[in-house]
Design a protein around this ligand. Structure first.
Ligand code: SF4
Length: 383
């Protein structure tokens, strides 16, 4: 836990990264009193159609719930030709988003990864990510990258070729699940979220529920995200993600009551323009949708969820059924939310892709303006 009850919030790593967040005790107490009955269901549910591009499985950390990373010597690095194949397949299938996932920066144990990057003419994984994002834009997708913690320089290297970016805060608490010789730090992740705000990058973050944090930690995590959003108006959505059992995590998953209360706290603790998302392949969204969920995240008709490979994406028909049950329309969205596009927060490169006169631009604008994807019309007439 990051604090004792009633004591000022102390976020591990905040001093090291000069993260100046103060969370009023009264706000924590208010949020701790929120339950599912205190929030309203959303009027509309949204989702994005993506392809998942696991650019590398190298990661300097070893979070104990994570099956994504591979150790040095075993980590993959997707070649540019494969990136092009995957994103082109996604564009053909009507996707709008290329979701580039990483672990965190590979450290110098991953010499094979760095040798390969050098062979391809790159000094760093961020330089290569930039090339991959450019491939996605060329092939008709809007990049959304999650490269873990980032310095200002790393973020600036890729910001203009991304429609939006993200990193999960997970928790402000110091939990054993992040332990080990290379533990990741909440202060560093808040620093990344703050830097994205300073650079004007529309951003996705979230909390991971069930990794050893307590209720107070959940409230503080939500309020820390809120404080950064209040400063920079850049957080598009906050994911409330339950941890799930897998080959490396045998410590259980949060029960439904915990998830419902946490989603309600996120809804109550965040301003209305910030969406609350529950990943539909990791939770039964029907059971939590009345707690203020308004986004069902990115789902892929083309690729697996490589971070949670045991949990398949639901079909779009399932999302429609969830929305129908909830009595809310389902609307497709882009990886960058409409209000950020309208406010001119896209880079010139991303704005040009959305405004392009070609079929890709028309697809982006149909989704942006009407929540309709021409791929659905194609499917309904059978071609
Ligand atoms: S959760 Fe992210 S940072 Fe942690 S080991 Fe997995 S890929 Fe790395």
């Amino acid at each position: 836990m990051s604090v004792e009850r009633g004591r000022p919030t102390v976020i591990p790593g905040a001093d090291e990264y000069d993260v100046d967040i103060s969370i009023p005790e009264a706000a924590v107490e208010r949020l701790l009193s929120v339950g599912a009955a205190d929030v309203a269901a959303a009027d509309e549910l949204t989702f994005a159609r993506n392809v998942f591009v696991p650019l590398t499985t190298a990661c300097r950390y070893t979070c104990t719930y994570c099956t994504y990373y591979d150790p040095p010597g075993q980590a993959s690095l997707m070649p540019p030709e494969e990136v092009r194949d995957v994103v082109a397949t996604g564009a053909d299938a009507g996707c709008t988003e290329a979701l580039f996932t990483f672990g965190d920066d590979p450290d110098d144990r991953y010499d094979a990864v760095y040798d390969q990057l050098a062979e391809w003419g790159h000094d760093s994984i961020h330089e290569y990510l930039r090339e991959a994002c450019e491939i996605a834009l060329d092939e008709g997708l809007l990049p959304h990258s999650n490269p873990g913690d980032q310095t200002r320089e790393q973020l600036a290297t890729v910001a203009d070729v991304n429609a939006s970016m993200g990193v999960m805060l997970e928790t402000t608490a110091d939990v054993r699940a992040h332990g080990g010789p290379r533990a990741k730090s909440p202060g560093q992740r808040l620093h990344t979220i703050r830097t994205a705000g300073e650079l004007g990058v529309p951003f996705t973050t979230g909390i991971l529920v069930g990794i050893g944090e307590g209720w107070r930690d959940r409230a503080e995590s939500i309020l820390a995200i809120r404080e950064l959003h209040d400063r920079y108006d850049h957080v598009q959505e906050v994911i409330v993600q339950p941890v799930r059992e897998n080959d490396r995590w045998r410590e259980g998953a949060p029960d439904l009551g915990t998830l419902r209360r946490t989603v309600a706290m996120a809804r109550a603790g965040l301003p209305p323009e910030v969406s609350v998302q529950v990943p539909p392949n990791l939770a039964d969204v029907r059971e939590v949708v009345d707690c203020g969920v308004d986004d069902l995240g990115g789902v892929s008709p083309v690729t697996d969820d490589h971070v949670n490979p045991d949990y398949a994406w639901p079909a779009l028909e399932h999302l429609q059924a969830v929305a129908d049950d909830a009595g809310a329309p389902l609307r497709e969205r882009l990886p960058v939310y409409e209000r950020h596009v309208a406010a001119g927060r896209c880079s010139d490169r991303v704005a040009a892709a959305i405004d392009a006169p070609d079929a890709h631009g028309r697809r982006f604008r149909a989704v942006l303006e009407r929540g309709e994807n021409p791929a659905d019309r194609r499917a309904s007439v059978g071609d």
